[in-house]
Design a protein around this ligand. Structure first.
Ligand SMILES: [Fe+2]
Ligand SMILES: [Fe+2]
Length: 296
């Protein structure tokens, strides 16, 4: 059996549609974010994102995992714009989205806020996270750490209900012999981002991981390539972050990158290989930066 091949991308920060901010937004966090967006101007480019998506398409992955921050201000128009972009990526059954803090800037009921993205969040109609999608020998466990925060904060939170559900799911999926892949926006490893941007209930998440284990964790938010590990029930669980999918060369963060993750299907010898595909500042094209076998 060939390996399951998953493309991991994050933080596309799709350009905001014109006139997406109304009067009502001017006194909200959206206005502050709009100022931050203008300050960051030029660090994200839709043409870069388009080239990255074309590079993924050429390598025909089985699935695409997107760990959040599709938008910048989470306006209804941006959410709809992101929905149109997702529709162009492929069938919703082959693309899974975990929302980011930029997708949940202003308080809204979760069920309403992400409703346009529902086909990409889960196979079922339930609004509450976590969602599990089983694809061949892989269980994609989709968590949501996106919560509205105070201005200038970018923290995340999973919440007690989601953590309790996760604690139930992990042993069940292990009993079924599935490879347990967790995706969430905020990095669960301490120190990857500053406290201002951290996962507030990371300690609870790490305790569940230590008790029940998992096979791989994917995150975004840091706009950096980060490889870490967290103690699981039988060893270290690899934690992998990918830079923004639309980042331009020469910015504060590394240029756009995506990870191709190959998950072997051969029982105990279930090897995991990572291929990093990144934008070359020299050629302007995407190329393989390195290929690594994960050895836990
Ligand atoms: Fe981001
Ligand atoms: Fe973020």
């Amino acid at each position: 059996m060939p390996p399951f091949r998953l493309a991991h991308i994050s933080d596309p920060h799709l350009p905001p549609p014109e006139r997406s901010l109304g009067l009502r937004d001017l006194v909200s966090k959206r206005a502050l974010s709009a100022m931050a967006w203008r300050r960051k101007g030029g660090q994200h480019d839709k043409a870069v994102l388009d080239a990255l998506v074309a590079d993924i398409g050429a390598r025909t992955p089985d699935h695409i995992a997107i760990t959040g921050d599709l938008t910048n201000f989470s306006t209804a128009r941006e959410i709809a714009g992101a929905q149109a972009w997702l529709s162009g990526l492929g069938a919703p059954a082959h693309v899974t989205v975990s929302p980011g803090n930029h997708d949940a800037l202003v308080g809204r009921p979760e069920a309403d806020g992400f409703a346009p993205w529902r086909p990409w969040l889960a196979d079922d109609q339930a609004s509450a996270f976590p969602h599990v999608r089983i694809r061949r020998h892989v269980a994609i466990i989709n968590l949501c750490s996106a919560v509205p925060t105070a201005p200038w904060l970018a923290t995340g939170e999973l919440g007690e209900a989601q953590l309790a559900q996760l604690a139930q799911l992990l042993p069940d999926l292990a009993d079924r012999g599935l490879f347990r892949l967790i995706m969430l926006h905020h990095p669960p490893v301490v120190g990857v981002v500053s406290p201002r941007k951290s996962l507030e209930d990371g300690e609870g998440f790490r305790a569940i991981l230590a008790a029940h284990g998992a096979d791989l964790i994917l995150h975004g938010h840091a706009h950096e390539a980060a490889l870490g590990g967290l103690p699981g029930s039988t060893g270290l669980v690899p934690v992998l972050g990918v830079p923004s999918a639309s980042a331009t060369p020469g910015g504060r963060h590394p240029p756009a990158r995506w990870h191709e993750i190959e998950i072997g299907s051969d029982g105990d010898d279930r090897q995991v290989w990572i291929t990093a595909r990144g934008l070359s500042a020299l050629t302007g094209a995407f190329e393989t930066l390195g290929r690594y076998r994960l050895v836990a």
